[in-house]
Write a protein that binds this ligand. Structure first.
Ligand code: FAD
Length: 293
């Protein structure tokens, strides 16, 4: 089923994100974890992929396995940085053959030392170029990324929003946000996005931080602002794994409840392949999920 059609429903719902293994060595373990995440029956499960080539084989493996084992819809991530046009077209052909209808179109991060100007030599300098290619290659539902706190390569938010609008005009059906820990940043972003004329659904992406180690990694990956309310929780509970896990689950749940209370109906959770964390958040929200209140 196309994700854009699922997003039209009125009820509150969640989708989950998982990631594939880096090598075949841990494929069985990751398959098991991702199937457990999917077995919670979110609206859909997105499967990330590494940058630097079209259509990760392991991304496809995990997505197919989830569909076969649980019947839950998947959203396959596809990055275009460093990708050749023939391999992108071949990958899109494979997805069509397999009946996979949903693709998250991403550029991928610049490899260390690469000058953004070098992108111009590529067939897909920006995610918008990949969106256009996917659109021209079949009846796919296409998602794309957005950044409530501005993409790190953008000079300012106006510039970022202008490029985001181009991505939507190229054919993105919906947007999923980078993680954020202060909902006010999301509300502010949504206001400016709508003012810039972008009307497609936006799925806020929530990252449950359940261990102290994750904090630095999340900060490096996203550059997200971490409010005092969040950092004091890490200061207080970071050295106690069980307490930190529970505090992180509750912080993420609280963010989602606030989003639901303020007009958002669908939230995407970065589960980090942790079925227990995904299940705990889902349990906390059980009286709301499936309800339009
Ligand atoms: P783009 O939309 O191309 O934007 C990148 C930068 O270029 C922005 O600063 C933008 O403003 C600018 N830009 C866009 N168009 C133009 C233009 N025409 N001229 C000049 N500048 C322009 N990475 C992975 O490797 N694998 C994943 O699975 C993955 N999943 C993700 C999921 C989500 C929800 C998010 C938010 C990010 C994900 N990423 C993933 C990270 C993403 O690949 C990086 O953030 C990357 O640096 C940018 O990708 P993008 O698709 O947003 O690129």
């Amino acid at each position: 089923m196309r994700i854009i059609d699922m997003l039209r429903k009125e009820a509150f719902s969640l989708s989950f994100e998982v990631f594939p293994p880096k090598t075949d060595a841990s494929l069985d373990t990751v398959r098991k974890a991702t199937v457990e995440v999917a077995a919670l029956r979110p609206d859909f499960v997105s499967v990330t992929c590494g940058a630097g080539g079209a259509g990760g084989r392991l991304t496809l493996d995990i997505a197919r396995n989830i569909r076969q084992e649980t019947g839950v819809e998947t959203l396959e991530h596809l990055t275009c940085i460093g990708a050749k046009r023939e391999s992108v077209l071949a990958h899109l052909h494979t997805l069509r053959e397999l009946g996979m209808e949903n693709i998250m179109a991403l550029r991928g991060d610049l490899p260390a030392g690469m000058d953004p100007a070098d992108l111009n030599a590529s067939p897909y300098p920006h995610a918008a170029d990949l969106v256009r290619e996917i659109r021209a290659s079949g009846d796919f539902c296409v998602g794309a990324a957005c950044y409530p706190e501005v993409h790190p390569e953008s000079t300012d938010q106006r510039d970022d929003l202008r490029h985001l609008r181009e991505k939507v005009e190229a054919g993105a059906d919906f947007l999923t946000t980078q993680m954020f820990f202060d909902n006010n940043l999301l509300y502010n972003f949504l206001y400016k996005l709508r003012e810039s004329g972008v009307t497609v659904p936006v799925l806020p992406g929530i990252m449950p931080i359940t261990s102290a180690n994750q904090v630095e990694r999340a900060r490096k990956l996203s550059g997200s602002f971490m409010p005092r309310r969040f950092t004091s929780l890490v200061d207080r509970f970071g050295s106690d794994p069980a307490a930190m896990k529970q505090a992180g689950i509750i912080y993420a749940t609280d963010q989602i409840i606030d989003l639901f209370a303020n007009g958002i109906r669908h939230v995407h959770v970065y589960t980090m392949n942790k079925p227990d964390v995904a299940a705990a958040i889902q349990r906390n929200l059980a009286p709301m999920l499936g309800s339009s209140l």
